[in-house]
Design a protein around this ligand. Structure first.
Ligand code: HEM
Length: 383
C-alpha cells in the first residue's frame, strides 16, 4: 500500500518525461533539417554558375554511379559536355564541384587548405587525427616530426621490399597468363600495395598476396574501405546515429576494433623491442628503419614525442592512404599502357636497358626518364 502510494507521483510524471523527450527529439530533428536545407540552398547557390547533369531531387547523382565499371566513362563524358567543372549531388545536401579544367585544378592543388571536413569525417574513427585529417598547429607539428621519414636514406631500402612484393604479384600473373583467362587486375595490385606498405610502415610480413582472405587485419582494412565507400554513397548513412545503429555501422565498428587492436599490438611490441635503443643510428646499423621507428623516435624542440594515440593515427593513416591510392594509380597506368602499346614498348625497352641483365630494381628512377614521364602524365590524367 505504502509502495503503491509512493509510485503515484512517478507514474503521473512519466507522461511528462515522455512528452519532454519527444519534444526534444522533434526540436533536434527540425534543427537538423533546417541546417541541412540551408546547406543545400547554399551549395546550389554557390555552384549556380556551373551547369551539370540533371540529378534525382532527393538522391542527386548517387544512382548514376553503379560501380559496374562504367562510372569513370560517365565522368569523362560529363567532362566533355560541361566545360571547366560540373556539380554533382550525393544525396539531398552534399554537393561536390567536379573540377576538370587544368587551370581550375591548378588553383586547388596549389592550396593546402581547407581540408575536406565532410569526407574525412567518415574515416576519422578509423584513422584518427593523423596527417591527412588534422589541421592547424597539430598538422604542422606532425608534419615536421615526420619529415625524417621521407629522407632518401630511409626510403631507399623500401625499394627492395616493394620489388619483392611486385615479384610475388607477377608470379601470380604468370600462372594466370598460362590459362589465358581474363582476371580483375585491381585486386592483385591492391593486395601488392597493401603488402608493400605493411612491410615499409611497420616491417610486418602478412603474406596477404598469397593468403588473402585469411588475415584478420587485412580483412578489416578491406571491410573498412568498402564500408566508408558505401557510407559516402548512401545519404542516410551520412548521419552518425543512423550509420552506427545500422548493421553496416555495426560491421564498421567491429572492423575498426580489429584494425586498432592490431596496430596497438604492433606498436606495443616495437616499443618493447626498442627499449634498449637510444638512437636511430644504432638501429639503422642493424636493419633498415621503418616508418614506425621514425614515429617512435620523433621529438620536437621541447623533446616531446608523439602520444600513443597520435602514433596509432599516423600508422593507420599511412595504411589507408598508402595502399588504395597507389593501387588505383598503378592499375590506371597499366590500363593506359595497354591502350597505347607504342608507349609501352618504349618503356619496356628503357627498363630492360636500365636493369642490365638483373631482375630486380634498385634506385633507378633517374635512369627511367620516359617511364617516369609516363607515370607522371598518367597520374595527372587520373586526377
Ligand atoms: C598515386 C598515389 C597517391 C595519390 C594520388 C595521393 C593523393 C593524395 C592527395 C590528393 C592528398 C591531399 C589530400 C587533401 O589535402 O585533402 C594526399 C595526402 C596525403 N597522402 Fe597521398 N596519395 C598517394 C600516395 C600516398 C602514399 C603512398 C602515402 C603514404 C605512404 C600517402 C600518404 C598521404 C598523407 C599522409 C597525406 C596527408 C598529407 C598532409 O596533409 O600533410 N599518399 N594524397
Amino acid at each position: 500500500m505504502v509502495f503503491a502510494e509512493a509510485l503515484v507521483p512517478f507514474q503521473s510524471g512519466w507522461p511528462h518525461v515522455h512528452h519532454l523527450f519527444g519534444l526534444l527529439c522533434l526540436v533536434a530533428v527540425v534543427y537538423k533539417l533546417f541546417i541541412a536545407l540551408r546547406k543545400r540552398r547554399d551549395a546550389i547557390r554557390d555552384f549556380s554558375a556551373f551547369t551539370g547533369p540533371p540529378g534525382h531531387w532527393l538522391l542527386g547523382h548517387v544512382m548514376d554511379f553503379k560501380q559496374d565499371g562504367t562510372d569513370l566513362d560517365k565522368l569523362v563524358k560529363w567532362g566533355k559536355q560541361y566545360p571547366y567543372a560540373f556539380p554533382l549531388m550525393f544525396g539531398p545536401v552534399v554537393c561536390f564541384l567536379n573540377i576538370h579544367h587544368p587551370d581550375y585544378v591548378k588553383t586547388i592543388l596549389a592550396s593546402t587548405e581547407p581540408k575536406d571536413d565532410f569526407a574525412y569525417k567518415f574515416i576519422e574513427s578509423w584513422i584518427g587525427e593523423g596527417l591527412l585529417v588534422s589541421k592547424g598547429q597539430k598538422w604542422f607539428r606532425h608534419r615536421r616530426l615526420l619529415t625524417p621519414g621521407f629522407h632518401y636514406d630511409v626510403l631507399k631500402p623500401y625499394v627492395k621490399l616493394m620489388s619483392d612484393s611486385a615479384k610475388t604479384m607477377l608470379d601470380k600473373w604468370e600462372s594466370h597468363a598460362n590459362t589465358s583467362n581474363s582476371f580483375e587486375l585491381f585486386e592483385h595490385v591492391s593486395l601488392m600495395t597493401l603488402d608493400s606498405i605493411m612491410k615499409c610502415a611497420f616491417s610486418y610480413n602478412s603474406n596477404c598476396q598469397t593468403e588473402s582472405g585469411t588475415n584478420a587485419y587485412i580483412k578489416a582494412v578491406y571491410e573498412l574501405s568498402d564500408l566508408i565507400n558505401l557510407r559516402f554513397r548512401t545519404f542516410p548513412y551520412h548521419n552518425d546515429l543512423i550509420f552506427y545503429l545500422s548493421p553496416h555501422g555495426f560491421r564498421y565498428r567491429k572492423a575498426c576494433k580489429v584494425a586498432h587492436s592490431h596496430t596497438e599490438e604492433v606498436i606495443r611490441k616495437r616499443k618493447a623491442a626498442l627499449k634498449a635503443e637510444k638512437e636511430l643510428d644504432h638501429i639503422q646499423a642493424k636493419r633498415h628503419l621503418d616508418f614506425l621507428d621514425i614515429l617512435l623516435f620523433a621529438r620536437d624542440e621541447k623533446q616531446q614525442g608523439l602520444s600513443d594515440e597520435d602514433i596509432r593515427a599516423e600508422v593507420d593513416t599511412f595504411m589507408f592512404e598508402g595502399h588504395d591510392t597507389t593501387a588505383s594509380g598503378i592499375s590506371f597506368i597499366l590500363y593506359c599502357m595497354a591502350c597505347h602499346p607504342e608507349h609501352q614498348k618504349i618503356c619496356r625497352e628503357e627498363i630492360i636497358q636500365a636493369l642490365d641483365g638483373k631482375d630486380t630494381m634498385e634506385w633507378l628512377a633517374y635512369m627511367l626518364k620516359t617511364s617516369q614521364q609516363l607515370v607522371c602524365v598518367t597520374l595527372r590524367l587520373s586526377i
